[in-house]
Design a protein around this ligand. Structure first.
Ligand code: SF4
Length: 187
């Protein structure tokens, strides 16, 4: 059976272009009133994979994470990731969601411990490098068509775009979005 060509559908109603927190610890009471549990047992479930704080684009209905497209406050921590504003994230990063909220909306990794524990059947996936190579042209087209949120880590995305496409990339502000454009390309 032949595999259908991937179709990228961008649906902001189920968008993964809104990340959610589930990384780093300990957590201060700052965000405790925003939503969800805040106890140590709950926090300890986090494996600090960083998937929730990466953005994804639906491919045939499955949200696929984009390496380099992440919240501006997410940084590498060895083999893991950490939120650099975790204690204050709900004030510093109003786009951030508590894991309890994010899980139900499919903003966490599909195999995230919070998702599994809650019995949710949806979430972000990270595809193999060969699969990613195959769908990349469609993902790039979508990024350039729709833009990305202003609060992303801009340098990380520029580096990813240069690594895959070459050239120097600009993120042109347009409303609340940033439109990726390669210098020298014409519309
Ligand atoms: S502020 Fe950003 S990096 Fe921190 S938890 Fe929220 S989405 Fe993730």
């Amino acid at each position: 059976m032949s595999r259908a060509k991937p179709v990228v559908k961008h649906d902001r109603s189920q968008t993964d272009l809104v990340p959610a927190p589930s990384i780093d610890r300990p957590r201060s009471p700052t965000g405790a009133g925003v939503a969800g549990r805040d106890d140590q047992q709950h926090e300890a479930r986090c494996r600090r994979c960083g998937v929730s704080c990466h953005l994804a684009i639906p491919v045939n209905g499955t949200p696929v994470t984009i390496p380099g497209l992440r919240c501006q406050f997410l940084e590498r921590d060895g083999a893991s990731w950490q939120c650099t504003v975790y204690a204050d994230r709900f004030t510093r990063a109003p786009w951030c969601h508590h894991a309890d909220v994010a899980g139900a909306q499919g903003f966490l990794a599909i195999d995230c411990p919070y998702v599994v524990a809650a019995g949710y059947k949806r979430g972000k996936v990270t595809v193999t490098p060969s699969s990613y190579d195959r769908i990349w042209p469609a993902l790039l087209a979508e990024l350039q068509l729709r833009g990305v949120p202003h609060w992303i880590h801009r340098e990380a995305l520029r580096l990813e775009l240069t690594a895959r496409e070459g050239g120097r990339w600009t993120l042109r502000p347009e409303g609340d979005e940033l439109m990726p454009e390669r210098d020298g390309d014409t519309g």
